[in-house]
Design a protein around this ligand. Structure first.
Ligand SMILES: NC(=O)c1ccc[n+]([C@@H]2O[C@H](COP(=O)([O-])OP(=O)(O)OC[C@H]3O[C@@H](n4cnc5c(N)ncnc54)[C@H](O)[C@@H]3O)[C@@H](O)[C@H]2O)c1
Length: 315
């Protein structure tokens, strides 16, 4: 697994290990934490380095790897706009090295962390996988091209792959694996509460019932289980699809999330309503019928469990 020391990857690694799957973690620890993968074999490696191919081949042979779950990536939208070259070289260069090592060692099962960012700003109530992808920033473009890379490897040398398009991931399955970066709504609000500052709500005039943006929040434990389902799916003979949304199929507005945070924390905080940010779709909710039907996967946790688990992990 790559990116196994990260927020999501460490949940996937722990669930797989608990299910009896042997997991080896590859991570450069740029945003990942060593402490999340204690007890698992791991290699500190920058995937995009030219020397990574040989190191990965050695690791795959040594541990008799049969499948790869690829989560390692830079993921900050704003940074990707400022440093597109870095996003293309790290995310796509890293993936090209990984696929080369897999090809050379005959490892043919691949699960890729894609994102709802692949869709861009779709003007639909529920986004299905049939929607034409149109990412609007370099980060989202690396995710869509990553899917294409896997698809091309399937055509060229028989890779079996699944790309999981995650929607808004939040919550914690275990306190030591909590999201420590302050990039997504819930961690940003918690950080503001800790610092006694007012969190910002970007946009209060969207065409939504309360005027704030609506997103599909999926619990990281449910998402981790979707990876287990994806690996099982790769063992099936009939695999009609390779791209799957991972969400809940229902949305919560930013103001609803604020209300839930107030209820969970017992803190009656104020927030600042500020102008919209460029590129934020008013609503982004997954149509999850494909993953429900084909992989028999469904999210189990609601926004309440998401906020409660994230808050508990901090306190
Ligand atoms: N968090 C979300 O809401 C979300 C939504 C959609 C998609 N994703 C995708 O999920 C994946 C994991 O995200 P996360 O939230 O756990 O982020 P994260 O930053 O916690 O995890 C990424 C991990 O990859 C490692 N890494 C990054 N670049 C690397 C490289 N070039 N070589 C080796 N290791 C590298 C980091 O050290 C880190 O441990 C990413 O691919 C991200 O794009 C996340």
């Amino acid at each position: 697994m790559t990116g196994g020391a990260g927020y999501i990857g460490s949940h996937v690694a722990r669930i797989l290990s608990q299910n009896g799957t042997f997991v080896v973690v590859v991570d450069n620890l740029s945003t990942g934490l060593d402490s999340r993968v204690l007890g698992l074999p791991s290699l500190n490696l920058e995937l995009s380095d030219a020397s990574a191919v040989a190191a990965l081949e050695q690791l795959m042979r040594e541990h008799k790897i049969t499948s790869v779950v690829h989560l390692a990536a830079l993921k900050q939208v704003g940074e990707s706009v400022e440093k597109p070259e870095e996003y293309f070289s790290k995310n796509l260069g890293g993936q090209a090295n990984l696929l080369t090592a897999m090809k050379n060692t005959g490892v043919k099962k691949f699960v890729f962390s894609s994102s709802a960012a692949s869709y861009g700003v779709p003007d639909v109530d529920l986004v299905s996988e049939g929607e034409t992808p149109a990412p609007i920033n370099p980060y989202g473009q690396t995710k869509l091209i990553g899917e294409w890379m896997a698809q091309n490897a399937q055509t060229a040398w028989g890779l079996s792959h699944v790309s999981l398009r995650y929607f808004n991931v939040a919550g914690a399955g275990w306190p030591d694996l909590a999201d420590t970066q302050k990039l997504n709504l819930i961690p940003i609000v918690f950080a503001a509460l800790k610092a006694s500052t007012k969190p910002k709500v970007f946009g209060s005039d969207y065409p939504t019932p309360d005027g704030s943006c609506i997103r599909d929040y999926v619990h990281v434990m449910d998402l981790a289980k979707a990876h287990v389902a994806a690996l099982d799916y790769l063992n099936q003979e009939s695999r009609p699809h390779s791209v799957f949304n991972v969400g809940t199929g229902s949305g919560s507005s930013v103001l609803e999330v604020m209300d839930q945070i107030k209820k969970t924390t017992g803190i009656d905080f104020e927030y600042d309503l500020v102008p919209r940010r460029a590129g934020d779709p008013p609503r982004l909710i997954a149509d999850v019928s494909r993953i429900n039907k084909v992989m028999n996967w469904e999210s189990e946790n609601s926004l309440v469990e998401i906020v409660e688990s994230a808050w508990k992990a901090l306190n």
